[in-house]
Design a protein around this ligand. Structure first.
Ligand code: MG
Length: 394
């Protein structure tokens, strides 16, 4: 039986991207990556990194150094209890400076070569797999390989979409939210399959009836079964990509999760105004503006209406921005435990400083010093306890 996998981009998906990483010491895991990958492992996914490394073709990094960088990445993840099943990289680029690597390649994203190669070597069912990355090249590669896709749409790092780029199946603010989306999709698929099984079980006795038994009430026996069976016909076919989308949206347990499955900018917008704010070009085509030159003076809307329209668009964009920021904060490392830990840590340091001050002051006895050190130790233990609670709450 083939495996399901999550294909992961490397830079700005798993590790921070300072430019071209040319030294293992530059590798830094992004927040909550270890925990998120551990969750994917628990869900039964193979973890396969697919990364463009044009730095090799440009002479910035050698393949040997790249191997060391990836070895260090594996070690950092191993420290968090996670292992990668494979890392595939494409060293080629048509504008390279190293002749050996200067060429076009099907391995280079947005081409799906690395995913197809991994599927063949690791026996991966691509239709059951996902591609997660922070650029439309990742999405295009995943889509062309036949995977479902999640675009990491981090606030402050807008992605430029070319006209030919496919839309991702989902969007998330970071890897942690992406994993949450996968969990929701799997849950919905299992629930749908269970419903279909129950419906089949309910239908079977009717099918076993003899023709004579069915004759008296043919309509009552068949029609309801066909009507109810439609969901089973729509049972997750592995080749259909946006497959579970409507179901997931409909069953999102809270508004934040529902938001995460929608397209940005237009997600919270009234359908009537959706086109107006989706793209700059769309804005130029809004009826109130595009039709103005040919409109008779008497039919022109009052300037107040235009201002109201623009104000409405602006408010919608601000609202969207705050929603995105809220989601990002929700899936970030912050927690009440972390805040308390910081506050208590400040108090612990303060007690330590006071104890030193008391120690230098000859008018103070040793009891005062020991008391303050005792407070500092107690507060420091409290900080450790809060940090442990923070980790468990993730
Ligand atoms: Mg990237």
């Amino acid at each position: 039986m083939s495996h399901k996998a999550v294909f992961l981009d490397r830079d700005d998906t798993l590790i921070s991207d300072p430019g071209y990483i040319s030294d293992p010491a530059q590798v830094q895991l992004l927040p909550h990556v270890g925990h998120s990958l551990a969750m994917l492992k628990k869900m039964g996914y193979l973890l396969v990194v697919v990364t463009n490394q044009s730095g090799v073709a440009r002479g910035i990094v050698t393949e040997q150094t790249l191997e060391q960088i990836h070895h260090h990445l594996k070690k950092l993840l191993a420290d968090e209890g996670v292992y990668l099943d494979a890392i595939y990289y494409c060293p080629y680029h048509p504008e390279g400076t190293v002749a050996k690597y200067t060429r076009e390649s099907d391995l280079r994203k947005p081409q799906p070569g690395m995913l197809l190669k991994a599927a063949e070597e690791l026996d991966i069912d691509l239709s059951q797999s996902w591609m997660i990355g922070d650029s439309y090249r990742d999405i295009a590669a995943g889509s062309r390989a036949g995977c479902r896709t999640i675009l990491l749409d981090t606030p402050g790092k807008p992605q430029v979409r070319e006209p030919d780029d496919p839309e991702p199946d989902r969007r998330a603010v970071n890897l942690r939210e992406a994993v949450n989306i996968l969990r929701m999709v799997e849950f919905q698929q299992k629930a749908q399959a269970a419903r279909a099984e129950l419906q089949e079980a309910a239908i079977e006795p009717k099918e076993k009836q003899t023709p004579q038994e069915q004759k008296p009430q043919p309509q009552e026996a068949v029609e309801p079964a066909q009507t109810e069976f439609k969901p089973a016909a729509a049972k997750p076919s592995t080749a259909e990509k946006p497959k579970a989308e409507p179901l997931v949206n409909a069953a999102a347990p809270n508004p934040v999760q529902a938001e995460s499955t929608s397209t940005p900018l237009v997600s919270a917008v009234n359908p009537d105004t959706e086109q107006k704010i989706s793209t700059p070009s769309a804005r130029q085509e809004t009826p109130s503006q595009a039709a103005l030159p040919s409109m008779p003076a008497g039919d022109m809307p009052p300037s107040g209406a235009l201002h109201t329209d623009k104000t409405h668009q602006l408010l919608e964009e601000i609202l969207h921005h705050f929603k995105l920021k809220h989601r990002y904060e929700q899936y970030s490392e912050f927690s009440v435990f972390m805040l308390l830990a910081w506050l208590v840590q400040v108090l612990a340091v303060f007690c330590l400083v006071v104890s030193i001050w008391f120690g230098l002051d000859r008018t103070r006895g040793s009891d005062a010093v020991q008391t303050m050190i005792g407070y500092a130790i107690a507060l420091q233990l409290l900080v450790i306890a809060l940090l442990l609670m923070h980790d468990r709450s993730k």
